[in-house]
Design a protein around this ligand. Structure first.
Ligand code: C2E
Ligand code: CA
Ligand code: CA
Ligand code: CA
Length: 278
C-alpha cells in the first residue's frame, strides 16, 4: 500500500459514502472557485510537424485551490459535467481563451487558431449559440481562428447535437472530433456529423512506431480523412519516433510533450519567440 499523502488515503479507503462526501465537498469548492477566480488556462502548442511552425494551441483549464493545490481537470471536469457547473465554467473558458488569442493576434502572432474543449452539456445549453456569438462580438476574434473540440465518446445521442454543431459551423467556427478512434461509432460520426478535423487519440500515437495495429489504424484514418476532405491532427506526441512515423504517413499536424507541455501565458509567449529565432 502506498503511504503518505491525504490523497492516497482517499484513493485506498473509498466507500460509497466517503466518495459522495468527497464529491459534495469538491462541488461546493468548485462553486467558490468560479467566484474567486481559482481557474486559469494553459495553452498547448499545435504544430505543423513538417515545418515546425506553430499553427495554434489548445486551451486546457487548470484549477489552483488555495489549500489543496493544483487539481487536475481529469478529476473536476467529469464532476463539473455531472453537476452542470461545466456550463458557467465553460463559458468563462471560452471568453478567456478568445480574449487571449485576440491579444496574441494583436501582438503579431496573427495566424494562431485556438482550440477550446466543449462538453456536450454546453452544447445542450439552449443559450450556447448566443453565448458564443456574444463572445466573438466582445472579444473581436474572427471565428475562423476558433475551433471547438468535441469528444467522440460522449456524443451518445448524435441527433440532439447535430443541429447545434451545424449552427456553430455556420458561424465560421471549426469543429474537431477529439479522442478520435476510441468511441464505439467513430466511422458513423464522421458520416453523420458536420466536422472539419479528426484528432487522433493519444492511445494510437503512443505505440505507433512499434505496433502494427496502431500504425495501420492511423494510416486508415489518414486515408479516409484525405478522401472526404477532413484534416487530421495527432495528439500525445512524445517521441522523435512518433514524429517521424506520423510525418512519413502523411500526418501534417501534431501536438504533444515532444514539442511542448501545456504552458501558462508567459511561457507560451517565450515558446513562440524561441520558434522565431531558431
Ligand atoms: P483532452 O482534451 O484529450 O486533452 C489532452 C490531454 O492530454 C491534456 O490533459 C494534455 O495536457 C495531455 N497531453 C498533452 N500532450 C501530451 C503528451 O504528449 N503525452 C501525454 N501523456 N499527455 C499529453 P489535461 O490538461 O490533464 O486534460 C485532461 C482532459 O480534461 C482533457 O482531455 C479534456 O477532456 C478535459 N479538459 C481539459 N481542459 C478542459 C476544458 O477547458 N474544458 C473541458 N470541457 N474539458 C477540458
Ligand atoms: Ca481536447
Ligand atoms: Ca484528446
Ligand atoms: Ca480526453
Amino acid at each position: 500500500v502506498k503511504s503518505g499523502t491525504k490523497n492516497d488515503y482517499l484513493v485506498f479507503n473509498k466507500t460509497i459514502e466517503s466518495q459522495s462526501i468527497e464529491r459534495r465537498l469538491l462541488e461546493s469548492a468548485m462553486r467558490t472557485a468560479i467566484k474567486e477566480n481559482q481557474f486559469y488556462l494553459e495553452y498547448q502548442p499545435k504544430l505543423n510537424i513538417d515545418t515546425n511552425q506553430i499553427i495554434g494551441m489548445e486551451a486546457l483549464v487548470r484549477w489552483h485551490h488555495p489549500d489543496l493545490g493544483t487539481i487536475s481537470p481529469g478529476k473536476f471536469i467529469p464532476l463539473a459535467e455531472e453537476t452542470g457547473l461545466i456550463v458557467p465554467l465553460g463559458e468563462w473558458i471560452l471568453i478567456e481563451s478568445c480574449k487571449q488569442t485576440k491579444k496574441w493576434h494583436d501582438m503579431g502572432y496573427s495566424d494562431l487558431t485556438v482550440s477550446v474543449n466543449v462538453s456536450v452539456r454546453q452544447l445542450e445549453d439552449p443559450f450556447f449559440i448566443d453565448k458564443v456569438k456574444n463572445t466573438l462580438m466582445k472579444t473581436k476574434l474572427n471565428p475562423k481562428w476558433l475551433e471547438f473540440e468535441v469528444t467522440e465518446s460522449i456524443l451518445a445521442d448524435v441527433n440532439n447535437i447535430v443541429g447545434i454543431l451545424r449552427e456553430i459551423r455556420q458561424l465560421g467556427i471549426q469543429i474537431s472530433l477529439d479522442d478520435f478512434g476510441t468511441g464505439y461509432s467513430s466511422l458513423s460520426y464522421i458520416k453523420n456529423l458536420p466536422i472539419d478535423i479528426l484528432k487522433v487519440d493519444q492511445s494510437f500515437v503512443k505505440d505507433i512506431h512499434q505496433n502494427e495495429e496502431s500504425s495501420a489504424i492511423v494510416q486508415a484514418i489518414l486515408k479516409i480523412a484525405d478522401s472526404i476532405g477532413l484534416q487530421v491532427i495527432a495528439e500525445g506526441i512524445e517521441l522523435q519516433e512518433h514524429v517521424m512515423k506520423l510525418s512519413n504517413d502523411g500526418c501534417r499536424f501534431g501536438q504533444g510533450y515532444y514539442f511542448s507541455r501545456p504552458l501558462k501565458v508567459e511561457a507560451f509567449e517565450q515558446f513562440m519567440e524561441s520558434l522565431l529565432v531558431t
